[in-house]
Design a protein. Sequence first.
Length: 435
Amino acid sequence: MIPRYTRPEMASIWEPQTRFKIWFEIEAHAADALAELGVIPKEAARTIWAKGKDATFNVERIDEIERETKHDVIAFLTHFAEIVGPEARFVHQGMTSSDVLDTCLNVQLKRAADLLIADLDRVLAALKTRAFEHKMTPTIGRSHGIHAEPITFGLKLAYAHAEFARARARLVAARDEISTCAISGAVGTFAQIDPRVEEHVAKAMGLRPEPVSTQVIPRDRHAMYFATLGVIAASVERLAVEVRHLQRTEVLEAEEFFSEGQKGSSAMPHKRNPVLSENLSGLSRMVRAYVTPALENVALWHERDISHSSAERMMGPDATVTLDFALVRLAGLIEKLLVYPQNMQKNLDRLGGLVHSQRVLIALTQKGASREDAYQFVQRNAMPVWRGEGDFQTLLKQDPDVKKYMTDAEIEEKFDLGYHLKHVDTIFKRVFGES
Protein backbone atom coordinates (compact mmCIF):
# COMPACT_ATOMS: atom_id res chain seq x y z
CA MET A 1 0.00 0.00 0.00
CA ILE A 2 1.40 3.36 -1.07
CA PRO A 3 0.13 6.32 1.03
CA ARG A 4 -0.31 8.45 -2.10
CA TYR A 5 -3.03 6.13 -3.36
CA THR A 6 -4.50 4.99 -0.05
CA ARG A 7 -7.62 6.10 1.77
CA PRO A 8 -7.61 5.55 5.55
CA GLU A 9 -10.98 3.76 5.64
CA MET A 10 -9.73 0.96 3.41
CA ALA A 11 -6.21 0.90 4.83
CA SER A 12 -7.55 0.33 8.34
CA ILE A 13 -9.06 -3.01 7.25
CA TRP A 14 -5.58 -4.32 6.50
CA GLU A 15 -3.66 -2.89 9.46
CA PRO A 16 -1.98 -5.49 11.73
CA GLN A 17 -4.02 -4.37 14.74
CA THR A 18 -7.25 -4.96 12.81
CA ARG A 19 -6.05 -8.37 11.67
CA PHE A 20 -5.14 -9.44 15.20
CA LYS A 21 -8.45 -8.15 16.51
CA ILE A 22 -10.26 -10.37 13.99
CA TRP A 23 -8.03 -13.31 14.93
CA PHE A 24 -8.97 -12.77 18.55
CA GLU A 25 -12.68 -12.63 17.75
CA ILE A 26 -12.48 -15.89 15.79
CA GLU A 27 -10.69 -17.62 18.66
CA ALA A 28 -13.02 -16.13 21.29
CA HIS A 29 -16.19 -17.09 19.43
CA ALA A 30 -14.79 -20.60 18.98
CA ALA A 31 -14.09 -20.72 22.72
CA ASP A 32 -17.72 -19.76 23.42
CA ALA A 33 -18.95 -22.65 21.25
CA LEU A 34 -16.48 -25.08 22.81
CA ALA A 35 -17.65 -24.04 26.26
CA GLU A 36 -21.29 -24.61 25.34
CA LEU A 37 -20.33 -28.06 24.11
CA GLY A 38 -18.54 -28.78 27.38
CA VAL A 39 -15.11 -29.07 25.76
CA ILE A 40 -13.59 -26.22 27.76
CA PRO A 41 -14.74 -24.54 30.99
CA LYS A 42 -17.28 -21.74 30.55
CA GLU A 43 -15.27 -19.62 32.94
CA ALA A 44 -12.28 -19.93 30.61
CA ALA A 45 -14.34 -18.65 27.68
CA ARG A 46 -15.53 -15.71 29.76
CA THR A 47 -11.95 -14.90 30.78
CA ILE A 48 -10.78 -15.03 27.17
CA TRP A 49 -13.40 -12.45 26.21
CA ALA A 50 -12.87 -10.29 29.31
CA LYS A 51 -9.12 -9.99 28.83
CA GLY A 52 -9.06 -9.84 25.05
CA LYS A 53 -11.99 -7.73 23.89
CA ASP A 54 -10.40 -4.38 24.74
CA ALA A 55 -6.79 -5.45 24.36
CA THR A 56 -4.36 -3.59 22.16
CA PHE A 57 -2.15 -6.24 20.67
CA ASN A 58 1.56 -5.50 20.66
CA VAL A 59 2.50 -5.83 17.01
CA GLU A 60 6.21 -5.46 17.75
CA ARG A 61 6.02 -8.24 20.35
CA ILE A 62 4.22 -10.56 17.94
CA ASP A 63 6.82 -9.85 15.27
CA GLU A 64 9.57 -10.58 17.79
CA ILE A 65 8.05 -13.96 18.64
CA GLU A 66 7.54 -14.78 14.97
CA ARG A 67 11.20 -14.16 14.24
CA GLU A 68 11.90 -17.11 16.52
CA THR A 69 8.92 -19.37 15.79
CA LYS A 70 8.73 -18.63 12.07
CA HIS A 71 4.95 -18.98 12.44
CA ASP A 72 2.57 -16.03 12.54
CA VAL A 73 -0.42 -17.67 14.26
CA ILE A 74 1.75 -19.29 16.94
CA ALA A 75 3.37 -15.89 17.53
CA PHE A 76 -0.06 -14.33 18.02
CA LEU A 77 -1.25 -17.11 20.33
CA THR A 78 1.92 -16.83 22.40
CA HIS A 79 1.40 -13.09 22.82
CA PHE A 80 -2.28 -13.63 23.53
CA ALA A 81 -1.35 -16.06 26.30
CA GLU A 82 0.71 -13.27 27.85
CA ILE A 83 -2.47 -11.17 27.98
CA VAL A 84 -4.97 -13.84 29.06
CA GLY A 85 -2.90 -15.96 31.43
CA PRO A 86 -3.46 -19.64 32.26
CA GLU A 87 -6.87 -19.84 30.55
CA ALA A 88 -5.10 -19.29 27.23
CA ARG A 89 -4.44 -23.03 27.14
CA PHE A 90 -8.08 -23.43 26.09
CA VAL A 91 -7.65 -21.18 23.05
CA HIS A 92 -7.34 -22.77 19.57
CA GLN A 93 -8.59 -26.16 20.76
CA GLY A 94 -8.84 -28.50 17.76
CA MET A 95 -8.19 -25.65 15.32
CA THR A 96 -5.48 -25.18 12.72
CA SER A 97 -3.86 -21.99 11.51
CA SER A 98 -5.87 -21.87 8.31
CA ASP A 99 -9.08 -21.75 10.32
CA VAL A 100 -7.96 -18.40 11.67
CA LEU A 101 -6.15 -17.08 8.60
CA ASP A 102 -8.76 -17.95 5.98
CA THR A 103 -11.72 -16.85 8.05
CA CYS A 104 -9.98 -13.57 8.85
CA LEU A 105 -9.09 -12.95 5.21
CA ASN A 106 -12.68 -13.43 4.17
CA VAL A 107 -13.88 -11.03 6.85
CA GLN A 108 -11.42 -8.45 5.52
CA LEU A 109 -12.41 -9.03 1.90
CA LYS A 110 -16.07 -8.72 2.80
CA ARG A 111 -15.46 -5.43 4.62
CA ALA A 112 -13.39 -4.20 1.68
CA ALA A 113 -16.22 -5.10 -0.68
CA ASP A 114 -18.63 -3.05 1.43
CA LEU A 115 -16.44 0.04 0.96
CA LEU A 116 -16.01 -0.64 -2.76
CA ILE A 117 -19.77 -0.99 -3.20
CA ALA A 118 -20.21 2.39 -1.52
CA ASP A 119 -17.58 3.80 -3.91
CA LEU A 120 -19.48 2.40 -6.88
CA ASP A 121 -22.68 3.98 -5.59
CA ARG A 122 -20.96 7.37 -5.66
CA VAL A 123 -19.69 6.76 -9.21
CA LEU A 124 -23.18 5.71 -10.30
CA ALA A 125 -24.77 8.78 -8.71
CA ALA A 126 -22.30 11.09 -10.44
CA LEU A 127 -22.82 9.43 -13.81
CA LYS A 128 -26.60 9.61 -13.49
CA THR A 129 -26.58 13.30 -12.54
CA ARG A 130 -24.30 14.27 -15.41
CA ALA A 131 -26.08 11.98 -17.88
CA PHE A 132 -29.42 13.69 -17.31
CA GLU A 133 -27.70 17.08 -17.39
CA HIS A 134 -26.43 16.31 -20.91
CA LYS A 135 -29.14 13.93 -22.01
CA MET A 136 -29.83 15.87 -25.21
CA THR A 137 -26.45 17.54 -25.67
CA PRO A 138 -25.53 16.44 -29.21
CA THR A 139 -22.04 15.18 -29.93
CA ILE A 140 -20.40 12.99 -32.49
CA GLY A 141 -20.19 9.24 -32.01
CA ARG A 142 -16.91 7.75 -33.16
CA SER A 143 -15.93 4.31 -34.35
CA HIS A 144 -12.22 3.54 -34.78
CA GLY A 145 -11.70 7.08 -33.51
CA ILE A 146 -13.35 8.45 -36.68
CA HIS A 147 -16.58 10.44 -36.85
CA ALA A 148 -19.52 8.09 -37.32
CA GLU A 149 -23.03 9.35 -36.46
CA PRO A 150 -24.47 11.77 -33.90
CA ILE A 151 -25.22 10.71 -30.33
CA THR A 152 -25.55 12.75 -27.13
CA PHE A 153 -23.03 13.25 -24.38
CA GLY A 154 -25.66 12.00 -21.98
CA LEU A 155 -25.65 8.68 -23.82
CA LYS A 156 -21.89 8.36 -23.31
CA LEU A 157 -22.47 8.69 -19.58
CA ALA A 158 -25.47 6.37 -19.69
CA TYR A 159 -23.28 3.69 -21.27
CA ALA A 160 -20.85 4.07 -18.38
CA HIS A 161 -23.66 4.01 -15.81
CA ALA A 162 -24.98 0.73 -17.19
CA GLU A 163 -21.47 -0.75 -17.10
CA PHE A 164 -20.85 0.26 -13.50
CA ALA A 165 -24.29 -0.98 -12.49
CA ARG A 166 -23.20 -4.38 -13.79
CA ALA A 167 -19.94 -3.96 -11.89
CA ARG A 168 -21.85 -3.33 -8.68
CA ALA A 169 -23.99 -6.43 -9.16
CA ARG A 170 -20.88 -8.53 -9.78
CA LEU A 171 -19.19 -7.17 -6.66
CA VAL A 172 -22.25 -7.89 -4.53
CA ALA A 173 -22.13 -11.47 -5.82
CA ALA A 174 -18.38 -11.70 -5.21
CA ARG A 175 -18.84 -10.40 -1.66
CA ASP A 176 -21.44 -13.08 -1.05
CA GLU A 177 -19.23 -15.79 -2.51
CA ILE A 178 -16.25 -14.83 -0.37
CA SER A 179 -18.26 -14.65 2.86
CA THR A 180 -17.49 -18.13 4.17
CA CYS A 181 -15.85 -19.42 7.33
CA ALA A 182 -13.77 -22.55 7.96
CA ILE A 183 -13.22 -23.90 11.47
CA SER A 184 -12.70 -27.51 10.44
CA GLY A 185 -9.26 -28.36 11.81
CA ALA A 186 -6.39 -30.18 10.16
CA VAL A 187 -7.23 -31.33 6.60
CA GLY A 188 -10.81 -30.13 7.09
CA THR A 189 -12.31 -33.29 8.63
CA PHE A 190 -13.58 -31.81 11.95
CA ALA A 191 -11.83 -34.75 13.65
CA GLN A 192 -10.62 -32.53 16.50
CA ILE A 193 -13.43 -29.95 16.59
CA ASP A 194 -17.20 -30.14 16.34
CA PRO A 195 -18.81 -28.67 13.18
CA ARG A 196 -21.14 -26.73 15.47
CA VAL A 197 -18.16 -24.58 16.45
CA GLU A 198 -17.78 -23.52 12.83
CA GLU A 199 -21.48 -22.74 12.60
CA HIS A 200 -21.28 -20.56 15.71
CA VAL A 201 -18.18 -18.68 14.55
CA ALA A 202 -19.58 -18.15 11.07
CA LYS A 203 -22.79 -16.62 12.40
CA ALA A 204 -20.92 -14.42 14.87
CA MET A 205 -18.56 -13.13 12.16
CA GLY A 206 -21.31 -12.51 9.58
CA LEU A 207 -20.23 -15.41 7.39
CA ARG A 208 -21.50 -18.83 6.28
CA PRO A 209 -19.85 -22.18 6.99
CA GLU A 210 -17.73 -23.38 4.08
CA PRO A 211 -19.53 -26.55 2.85
CA VAL A 212 -16.25 -28.44 2.52
CA SER A 213 -12.80 -27.09 3.24
CA THR A 214 -9.57 -29.00 2.73
CA GLN A 215 -7.95 -27.21 5.67
CA VAL A 216 -8.13 -24.12 3.47
CA ILE A 217 -11.15 -22.36 2.00
CA PRO A 218 -11.14 -23.13 -1.75
CA ARG A 219 -9.37 -20.38 -3.65
CA ASP A 220 -11.76 -20.37 -6.59
CA ARG A 221 -13.83 -18.06 -4.38
CA HIS A 222 -10.94 -15.65 -4.07
CA ALA A 223 -10.14 -15.91 -7.76
CA MET A 224 -13.65 -14.77 -8.61
CA TYR A 225 -13.39 -11.92 -6.11
CA PHE A 226 -10.16 -10.55 -7.56
CA ALA A 227 -11.32 -11.17 -11.12
CA THR A 228 -14.34 -9.02 -10.31
CA LEU A 229 -12.06 -6.27 -9.05
CA GLY A 230 -10.08 -6.59 -12.28
CA VAL A 231 -13.17 -6.18 -14.44
CA ILE A 232 -14.22 -3.12 -12.43
CA ALA A 233 -10.75 -1.68 -12.94
CA ALA A 234 -11.11 -2.27 -16.67
CA SER A 235 -14.35 -0.28 -16.63
CA VAL A 236 -12.61 2.51 -14.71
CA GLU A 237 -9.94 2.69 -17.40
CA ARG A 238 -12.47 2.59 -20.21
CA LEU A 239 -14.14 5.73 -18.88
CA ALA A 240 -10.80 7.35 -18.07
CA VAL A 241 -9.57 6.76 -21.62
CA GLU A 242 -12.75 8.33 -22.98
CA VAL A 243 -12.10 11.47 -20.95
CA ARG A 244 -8.47 11.54 -22.06
CA HIS A 245 -9.50 11.40 -25.73
CA LEU A 246 -12.17 14.04 -25.30
CA GLN A 247 -9.66 16.39 -23.63
CA ARG A 248 -7.19 16.32 -26.51
CA THR A 249 -6.58 19.85 -27.80
CA GLU A 250 -7.95 19.01 -31.24
CA VAL A 251 -11.17 17.66 -29.68
CA LEU A 252 -11.71 19.43 -26.33
CA GLU A 253 -15.30 18.33 -25.84
CA ALA A 254 -14.74 17.66 -22.14
CA GLU A 255 -11.98 18.40 -19.69
CA GLU A 256 -10.92 17.53 -16.19
CA PHE A 257 -11.52 20.29 -13.66
CA PHE A 258 -8.42 22.46 -13.31
CA SER A 259 -8.25 24.10 -9.90
CA GLU A 260 -6.88 27.54 -9.13
CA GLY A 261 -3.18 27.28 -8.48
CA GLN A 262 -2.88 23.91 -10.22
CA LYS A 263 0.11 23.52 -12.54
CA GLY A 264 0.02 21.35 -15.66
CA SER A 265 3.68 21.28 -16.61
CA SER A 266 7.01 22.17 -15.04
CA ALA A 267 8.14 23.57 -18.41
CA MET A 268 5.02 24.89 -20.18
CA PRO A 269 2.75 27.14 -18.12
CA HIS A 270 -0.15 26.82 -20.56
CA LYS A 271 -0.65 23.06 -20.09
CA ARG A 272 -3.87 21.54 -18.68
CA ASN A 273 -3.24 17.80 -18.78
CA PRO A 274 -5.70 14.94 -18.08
CA VAL A 275 -3.58 13.76 -15.16
CA LEU A 276 -6.43 12.22 -13.17
CA SER A 277 -7.58 10.08 -16.08
CA GLU A 278 -4.03 9.03 -16.87
CA ASN A 279 -3.53 8.15 -13.22
CA LEU A 280 -6.69 6.03 -13.31
CA SER A 281 -5.35 4.08 -16.29
CA GLY A 282 -2.19 3.27 -14.35
CA LEU A 283 -4.02 2.31 -11.16
CA SER A 284 -6.41 0.10 -13.12
CA ARG A 285 -3.49 -1.83 -14.56
CA MET A 286 -2.25 -2.58 -11.06
CA VAL A 287 -5.62 -3.92 -9.92
CA ARG A 288 -5.86 -6.14 -12.98
CA ALA A 289 -2.32 -7.39 -12.35
CA TYR A 290 -3.56 -9.29 -9.30
CA VAL A 291 -6.10 -11.33 -11.25
CA THR A 292 -3.48 -13.77 -12.57
CA PRO A 293 -1.98 -14.69 -9.17
CA ALA A 294 -5.50 -15.07 -7.79
CA LEU A 295 -6.26 -17.60 -10.52
CA GLU A 296 -2.96 -19.38 -9.98
CA ASN A 297 -3.69 -19.65 -6.24
CA VAL A 298 -6.59 -22.01 -6.97
CA ALA A 299 -4.28 -24.96 -7.65
CA LEU A 300 -2.92 -25.89 -4.22
CA TRP A 301 -1.29 -29.20 -3.31
CA HIS A 302 -3.63 -31.82 -1.86
CA GLU A 303 -5.44 -30.53 1.23
CA ARG A 304 -3.20 -27.52 1.77
CA ASP A 305 -0.01 -25.69 0.97
CA ILE A 306 0.95 -22.04 1.46
CA SER A 307 1.95 -21.07 -2.08
CA HIS A 308 -1.09 -18.77 -2.09
CA SER A 309 -0.25 -17.09 1.21
CA SER A 310 2.59 -14.79 0.17
CA ALA A 311 0.65 -13.57 -2.86
CA GLU A 312 -2.49 -12.89 -0.81
CA ARG A 313 -0.57 -10.86 1.76
CA MET A 314 0.11 -8.39 -1.04
CA MET A 315 -2.89 -8.70 -3.33
CA GLY A 316 -5.56 -8.43 -0.64
CA PRO A 317 -4.52 -5.00 0.60
CA ASP A 318 -3.07 -3.67 -2.65
CA ALA A 319 -5.95 -4.54 -4.98
CA THR A 320 -8.71 -3.31 -2.68
CA VAL A 321 -6.86 -0.18 -1.54
CA THR A 322 -5.94 0.76 -5.11
CA LEU A 323 -9.42 0.18 -6.52
CA ASP A 324 -10.98 2.08 -3.62
CA PHE A 325 -8.78 5.09 -4.37
CA ALA A 326 -9.43 4.82 -8.11
CA LEU A 327 -13.22 4.70 -7.75
CA VAL A 328 -13.30 7.71 -5.45
CA ARG A 329 -11.03 9.60 -7.83
CA LEU A 330 -13.24 8.63 -10.77
CA ALA A 331 -16.37 9.82 -8.97
CA GLY A 332 -14.77 13.20 -8.30
CA LEU A 333 -13.60 13.46 -11.89
CA ILE A 334 -17.13 12.94 -13.22
CA GLU A 335 -18.71 15.23 -10.63
CA LYS A 336 -16.42 18.12 -11.65
CA LEU A 337 -15.98 17.29 -15.34
CA LEU A 338 -16.05 20.36 -17.57
CA VAL A 339 -18.24 19.83 -20.63
CA TYR A 340 -18.11 22.02 -23.75
CA PRO A 341 -21.30 21.66 -25.88
CA GLN A 342 -20.14 24.35 -28.33
CA ASN A 343 -17.02 22.34 -29.15
CA MET A 344 -19.17 19.24 -29.54
CA GLN A 345 -21.34 21.04 -32.09
CA LYS A 346 -18.26 22.40 -33.84
CA ASN A 347 -16.86 18.90 -34.18
CA LEU A 348 -20.23 17.59 -35.33
CA ASP A 349 -20.17 20.10 -38.17
CA ARG A 350 -16.53 19.48 -39.02
CA LEU A 351 -17.18 16.93 -41.79
CA GLY A 352 -19.70 19.07 -43.65
CA GLY A 353 -22.66 16.77 -43.12
CA LEU A 354 -20.95 13.44 -43.82
CA VAL A 355 -22.35 12.09 -40.54
CA HIS A 356 -25.70 11.78 -42.35
CA SER A 357 -24.36 9.55 -45.13
CA GLN A 358 -26.15 6.41 -43.94
CA ARG A 359 -29.53 8.11 -44.03
CA VAL A 360 -28.96 9.11 -47.64
CA LEU A 361 -27.78 5.60 -48.50
CA ILE A 362 -30.90 4.00 -47.01
CA ALA A 363 -33.18 6.56 -48.65
CA LEU A 364 -31.72 5.81 -52.08
CA THR A 365 -32.31 2.07 -51.65
CA GLN A 366 -35.88 2.71 -50.51
CA LYS A 367 -36.40 4.83 -53.65
CA GLY A 368 -35.33 1.94 -55.89
CA ALA A 369 -31.52 2.15 -56.26
CA SER A 370 -29.55 -1.02 -55.63
CA ARG A 371 -27.47 -0.99 -52.49
CA GLU A 372 -24.27 -1.21 -54.53
CA ASP A 373 -25.21 1.77 -56.69
CA ALA A 374 -26.51 3.78 -53.74
CA TYR A 375 -23.28 3.18 -51.84
CA GLN A 376 -21.24 4.31 -54.85
CA PHE A 377 -23.35 7.47 -55.34
CA VAL A 378 -23.01 8.48 -51.69
CA GLN A 379 -19.32 7.63 -51.34
CA ARG A 380 -18.21 9.49 -54.45
CA ASN A 381 -19.84 12.64 -53.08
CA ALA A 382 -18.50 12.05 -49.58
CA MET A 383 -14.84 11.70 -50.48
CA PRO A 384 -14.34 15.27 -51.76
CA VAL A 385 -15.94 16.57 -48.58
CA TRP A 386 -13.63 14.32 -46.54
CA ARG A 387 -10.74 16.11 -48.28
CA GLY A 388 -12.26 19.49 -47.44
CA GLU A 389 -13.62 20.13 -50.93
CA GLY A 390 -17.21 21.25 -50.71
CA ASP A 391 -20.38 20.56 -48.76
CA PHE A 392 -21.95 17.09 -48.74
CA GLN A 393 -25.57 18.18 -49.14
CA THR A 394 -24.72 20.56 -51.97
CA LEU A 395 -22.77 17.88 -53.86
CA LEU A 396 -25.61 15.39 -53.49
CA LYS A 397 -28.05 17.89 -54.95
CA GLN A 398 -25.73 18.34 -57.94
CA ASP A 399 -25.30 14.60 -58.60
CA PRO A 400 -27.58 13.51 -61.50
CA ASP A 401 -27.69 9.89 -60.35
CA VAL A 402 -28.84 10.90 -56.87
CA LYS A 403 -31.40 13.31 -58.33
CA LYS A 404 -32.99 10.46 -60.25
CA TYR A 405 -34.25 9.14 -56.94
CA MET A 406 -34.43 12.09 -54.51
CA THR A 407 -35.61 15.71 -54.68
CA ASP A 408 -33.72 18.55 -53.00
CA ALA A 409 -36.28 18.59 -50.20
CA GLU A 410 -35.88 14.87 -49.64
CA ILE A 411 -32.10 15.24 -49.48
CA GLU A 412 -32.36 18.13 -47.01
CA GLU A 413 -34.68 16.10 -44.78
CA LYS A 414 -31.98 13.46 -44.36
CA PHE A 415 -29.72 16.01 -42.68
CA ASP A 416 -31.94 16.42 -39.60
CA LEU A 417 -29.84 16.01 -36.43
CA GLY A 418 -32.89 15.27 -34.32
CA TYR A 419 -33.52 12.08 -36.27
CA HIS A 420 -30.49 10.48 -34.62
CA LEU A 421 -31.65 11.36 -31.12
CA LYS A 422 -35.25 10.18 -31.29
CA HIS A 423 -34.68 7.10 -29.14
CA VAL A 424 -32.61 8.72 -26.38
CA ASP A 425 -35.60 8.58 -24.02
CA THR A 426 -35.98 4.87 -24.68
CA ILE A 427 -32.32 4.18 -23.89
CA PHE A 428 -32.44 6.31 -20.73
CA LYS A 429 -35.50 4.43 -19.55
CA ARG A 430 -33.71 1.14 -20.06
CA VAL A 431 -30.67 2.33 -18.11
CA PHE A 432 -32.21 4.43 -15.37
CA GLY A 433 -35.83 3.28 -15.27
CA GLU A 434 -36.85 6.81 -16.23
CA SER A 435 -36.49 8.96 -19.30
